[in-house]
Design a binder for this molecule. Sequence first.
Ligand SMILES: NC(=O)c1ccc[n+]([C@@H]2O[C@H](COP(=O)([O-])OP(=O)(O)OC[C@H]3O[C@@H](n4cnc5c(N)ncnc54)[C@H](OP(=O)(O)O)[C@@H]3O)[C@@H](O)[C@H]2O)c1
Length: 246
Amino acid sequence: MTQQRGAIVVGASSGIGEALVRRLAAAGYEIGMAARRTDRMRRIGSELPTKTYVATMDVTDTEDAREGLFELAAAMSSVDVVVISAGVAHVNRDLEWEPERETIDVNVRGFAAIATATMEYFEETPDHASATDGHLVGISSVAAHVGNGDAPAYHASKAYVSTYLKGLRYRQNQRDADVTITTVEPGFVDTKLSLGGFWECSPETAAEQIARAIRKKRNHAYVTRRWRLIAGVLDLAPEWLLRRLF
Ligand SMILES: NC(=O)c1ccc[n+]([C@@H]2O[C@H](COP(=O)([O-])OP(=O)(O)OC[C@H]3O[C@@H](n4cnc5c(N)ncnc54)[C@H](OP(=O)(O)O)[C@@H]3O)[C@@H](O)[C@H]2O)c1
């Protein structure tokens, strides 16, 4: 008999997270969903073919969110993968404090709270009933590669996510537990949050490619793959050009 696999998605109530729980459930994963909109998650969960657990969670309430993650994981038969998709984005050229604060609270503080809780769970729960030592997937963005005058906090927050995940990957060199760390950098995905534009893919396509990155235990994935080109150009572009464009 094959062991039941399980996946937790934080930020599962809409967009990429919702599409991903649908995709992972179709692949046989038991699903743990977390976000603030409980009713939406219950409805999505009722449509999934595998067992679903729902946790109401505001990642900005970091102590409560970490506790919620541990409780959700304990309730499930197995947790092989934790995906952190929760995020917000604001265009904020006027630099109002509230949108900047919320972006930092959700995308940086909330992200780090869940990432550290996930690592603690994989490394310190003696038998977390998983076939692997665990897999943490963070949804960053191609935005991580450049500053942006329209959305300064959002781009900076995604640079934090990408660099943090890199740090966790390097940290694995000195650890006994072999936890896989995957950084996902989407370009534009057609959700309520999208600030885009061109080369926009559907949440379903994004979920398909993220599921593939999980299956292949990739360190890094651009979604869609051609966004690698844009990221490469942004990394090499001179400051004067970036200043004109962003
Ligand atoms: N769409 C794009 O073009 C794009 C591009 C690159 C990267 N991304 C990244 O992809 C991730 C998912 O975004 P999306 O496009 O799927 O947008 P979305 O549909 O707005 O989904 C955002 C998710 O984050 C959750 N969330 C927001 N604030 C939260 C909080 N305080 N506590 C817990 N959960 C919270 C939302 O749930 P509740 O509101 O129910 O709490 C929702 O499930 C984000 O990290 C985003 O930065 C998106």
